[in-house]
Design a protein around this ligand. Sequence first.
Ligand code: NAP
Length: 290
Amino acid sequence: MKISGNTKIVGILGHPIGHTLSPVMQNAAFAALDLDYCYLPFDVPPEQLADAIRGLRALGTHGVNITIPHKETVFPLLDQLTEAAQKIGAVNTVEFTDNALIGHNTDGQGFLRALQEETEMNPKGTRVLILGGGGAARAVAVQLALAGAKEIQIMNRTLERGRALVDHLQQMFPSLQALSIPWVQEVAAWQSALEKIDLLVNTTPVGMEGKEGGSPLPTESIPSGLLVSDLVYHPFLTPLLQGARAKGARTLPGLWMLLHQGALSFEIWTGKRAPLSIMRHSLTETLASL
Ligand code: NAP
């Protein structure tokens, strides 16, 4: 990588940030298109976020991704929000223009693009069960509702948080059937929940490398006609996805959401079409080497 006086700096703000795959994916894309950009990770604790944003603006930074725990707290530090960021209530991409800091959210659209391009599922009229009720669940739920999903159930460990997300969805999408349901344990209860849906999306960290927990649900309860998506991307095939494949169900790994949300951020910053195959290759190679 050649750094010059004209190199445009982009990056990612999070805490912790050591495990991010975004620098390798974005820098590979810039190199492939011969763009004079450099993408850097910045470990920013919550109490330093405002100073970090002010400093990046003063330094003439071109844009940043925002990740845990700053996706919501960055709101008051920005000048404008896109409709998606407002509806989702979180920002994962900031565009620095001459006059304004614009907050975008590419998580939801990244999920939708992954779903459509990797599985060819059209969410219109579908019934969806989302496991988890945090920021990622909100992005996925809002985007699926915008894309015409018929029914969205939220199963969250903390029922009140799931209910709050359902209230948010009902206010924004009055014709959507949105429902909060308690986390279930028994195989029969999982079977009954899964047989009534078309798409299952795990947005909890259960199954992530280095964390205990395996699959969030019993493999034997997965019907073969289901499409199972996991937002966890390390490992590539989580215990949930391995179980789903063993049962003959279709799967959507979280790495493809990471790819497409990153591609959308790249397009916001550069105005150019993202080189998807290069970005995909850099992600899979890096993940395989971890
Ligand atoms: P978050 O806001 O902290 O929410 C986490 C959710 O997971 C909460 O609903 C929490 O339930 C639930 N949860 C945590 N541990 C659990 C457990 N042991 N059993 C059951 N539920 C549990 O985090 P987030 O921003 O939504 O991110 C969630 C996951 O999505 C992370 O693994 C993140 O890496 C991944 N993600 C992936 C992509 C991608 O591009 N592939 C993009 C965004 C996020 P409670 O409410 O009960 O605490």
